[in-house]
Design a protein around this ligand. Structure first.
Ligand SMILES: [Fe+2]
Length: 470
C-alpha cells in the first residue's frame, strides 16, 4: 500500500518534476505535489500548506537550492529538504547539507530516491519525537517549578515554623517562620542540631519522641518543649512531627511544624495565678463570714469548722470529686450563716427554748439561703445551706424536702451537723458525747438520714477513728 506524502517541489523543469514523482510512486509513496519556481511562490506555499518533504532543484533561473534552504531556515520550519540536481560537485552537495539540507540526489541517479526519502523521513520523525519529549520534559519541569513555588509560598505565608531534619536531628530545610521562632539567622540555622537550641533534659525528651516516630512510623503527638534562642532567650514551642521518607519509602529524617506558644503559656500562667488568688480570697471571705456568725454565738464557736471537717472526711470516703468536696467544705463553714438574723438572746439562752423561740431559730436556714442566693459561687452553696436541716422523710425544715429533692452535699452536711451538735457542749445542756450521737444516726439511717451517707459516717468513726479537732 502506497504511503501518502505531501510534496513541495521547487523545480523549474516540469519533466524533471514528473520523473521525480513517478520515481516516488515506484518507491512506495503516493505523492500529493505542488510545484513552485521562485522564492515568493515557495514562501507562499510554505505559509499556506503543510509538507512532509521538499525537493529542490539546485540550479534554477533566479532562484537556487541554497536560497530555498535559507528561506526555510528563515521561516523556522523543520521540513526535510532534499536537493535534486544535475551535476554538482561533491563539495557543493556537502555545502548544501551543511547549510541544512537533509540529503541530495543526482538527477541521473534517481534510483537512490526511495532510500533517501525513507531515511530523511525517519530522521525527521526522530527529531519530532525528540522535540515532543523535550516539550513534555519542559512542561513537567514547569509544573514542578510551579508546584515548588506554590508550596514555598504556603510555607512562607504560615506563622508556624516548618523544618526538615536528617535522622540525627540536624536541620536540612526550613521556612522563615522557623528562623524567627528559633531566633537564629538563616545561614546559622541550616545544619543546626536540636542539642544546640535546647537544654540537656529537653534534648533527651526530643530524642525519645523522634525515636518513637522512627520506630513506629506513626506521626508524633503534639509535643511541648522549651528552646533556647541564640541570644539565650527561652521560648515555649509546640511541635508535631513525622517521618520524612525518600522516594523508596526509606526513612531519611523528620519533618515537623512548630508553633510559638510562649505568650499563650504566659497568659495561662497569669490566668492560673489570678484564679488561685481569687480562690484564696474566697476562702478568706468564707472564713471571715464564719467568724462573724460565731462572734454572735460564742457557744457554737468552731461548730461550723468541725461540721466542715467531718463533711469533708465523709465526702472523701464517698470518693466525691475534689471540686465538689471543696464546695461542700465552704458550705459547711457558713451553714449557720442565717443565725446572724436571730436575736443573740435566743442564741445564747442557757435554758431550753420555747416553741416560738425554736421556730425563730429554724428560720436561719432560709435566712442563710437568702443572703447567699445571689452570689455566683462555682458550687450550689446557698442550696446546701438551705437544705442542711432537711430530712429524707420530709420531716425537716424549712421546705420539708424529701430524699430525691435534697442535694447529696446537703445530706452529708445534715448528718455532720447533727453529729457535731450532739457531741458538743450547748448553752442549755452539756455535751452528750459521741456515742449517743452515733446512735441517733444509726437509729434513723434510711428514715431521717440518707442510708449510704449515714453508713459512711458510722464507718468513719468506727473504723477510721475520726475525731473532731477542737
Ligand atoms: Fe443549722
Amino acid at each position: 500500500m502506497l504511503k501518502p506524502l505531501r510534496v513541495l517541489m521547487v523545480e523549474d523543469s516540469e519533466d524533471d518534476a514528473v520523473l521525480l514523482l513517478r520515481t516516488l510512486k515506484r518507491s512506495g509513496y503516493e505523492p500529493a505535489a505542488h510545484r513552485v519556481q521562485s522564492a515568493d511562490e515557495m514562501a507562499l506555499a510554505l505559509a499556506d500548506g503543510t509538507w512532509d518533504i521538499i525537493f529542490c532543484d539546485y540550479h534554477m533561473p533566479g532562484f537556487s537550492g541554497l536560497d530555498a534552504i535559507a528561506l526555510l531556515k528563515m521561516m523556522a520550519l523543520d521540513i526535510p529538504l532534499i536537493v535534486v540536481s544535475g551535476a554538482i560537485g561533491e563539495e557543493t552537495a556537502l555545502d548544501c547539507i551543511h547549510r541544512g539540507a537533509s540529503d541530495y540526489i543526482m538527477k541521473g541517479n534517481l534510483a537512490r530516491l526511495g532510500l533517501a526519502v525513507e531515511r530523511t523521513l525517519e530522521k525527521k520523525d526522530m527529531r519530532d519525537r525528540h522535540r515532543k519529549a523535550e516539550a513534555q520534559r519542559e512542561d513537567a519541569l514547569e509544573a514542578l517549578r510551579q508546584s515548588e513555588n506554590k508550596y514555598r509560598t504556603i510555607l512562607e505565608s504560615i506563622k508556624e515554623g516548618y523544618y526538615e531534619s536528617d535522622l540525627k536531628g540536624n536541620i536540612t530545610f526550613f521556612n522563615n517562620a522557623l528562623c524567627e521562632i528559633w531566633g537564629y539567622p538563616e545561614e546559622e540555622l541550616m545544619g543546626l542540631n536540636n542539642q544546640t537550641y535546647t537544654d540537656v533534659p529537653t534534648a533527651k525528651k526530643l530524642y525519645q519522641a523522634h525515636n518513637r516516630v522512627y520506630r513506629t512510623g506513626e506521626p508524633g503527638r503534639m509535643f511541648d518543649y522549651e528552646i533556647i534562642q541564640k541570644d539565650k532567650t527561652r521560648r515555649h514551642v509546640q511541635s508535631s512531627f513525622a517521618l520524612l521518607k525518600d522516594t523508596d519509602g526509606k526513612a531519611m529524617g523528620f519533618r515537623g511544624l512548630v508553633r510559638d506558644i510562649t505568650e499563650l503559656k504566659q497568659m495561662d500562667k497569669a490566668r492560673q495565678e489570678s484564679l488561685e488568688r481569687l480562690h484564696k480570697s474566697l476562702g478568706a471571705t468564707i472564713n471571715a463570714v464564719a467568724g462573724m456568725v460565731e462572734s454572735r454565738d460564742p457557744y457554737t464557736a468552731g461548730h461550723q469548722r468541725r461540721v466542715a471537717d467531718l463533711a469533708d472526711a465523709m465526702a472523701r470516703e464517698m470518693r466525691l470529686e475534689e471540686s465538689r468536696i471543696e464546695g461542700l467544705r465552704m458550705a459547711g463553714m457558713i451553714h449557720d450563716l442565717g443565725k446572724i438574723a436571730i436575736p443573740s438572746e435566743i442564741l445564747t439562752k442557757p435554758t431550753k427554748l420555747t416553741q416560738v423561740e425554736y421556730q425563730i431559730v429554724q428560720t436561719h436556714a432560709q435566712s442563710g439561703y437568702d443572703i447567699l442566693k445571689d452570689i455566683d459561687f462555682p458550687w450550689p452553696i446557698a442550696r446546701m445551706v438551705l437544705e442542711h436541716h432537711e430530712r429524707i422523710d420530709g420531716s425537716g425544715y424549712p421546705n420539708h424536702r424529701r430524699d430525691g429533692d435534697i442535694l447529696m452535699e446537703s445530706k452529708i452536711l445534715a448528718i455532720a451537723d447533727v453529729l457535731e451538735a450532739m457531741a458538743s457542749h450547748r448553752p442549755y445542756r452539756p455535751s452528750l458525747g459521741i456515742a449517743p450521737a452515733l446512735d441517733e444516726i444509726a437509729k434513723n439511717k434510711g428514715i431521717l438520714y440518707d442510708d449510704d451517707v449515714a453508713d459512711v459516717c458510722l464507718k468513719l468513726f468506727a473504723e477510721k477513728r475520726f475525731s473532731f479537732t477542737t
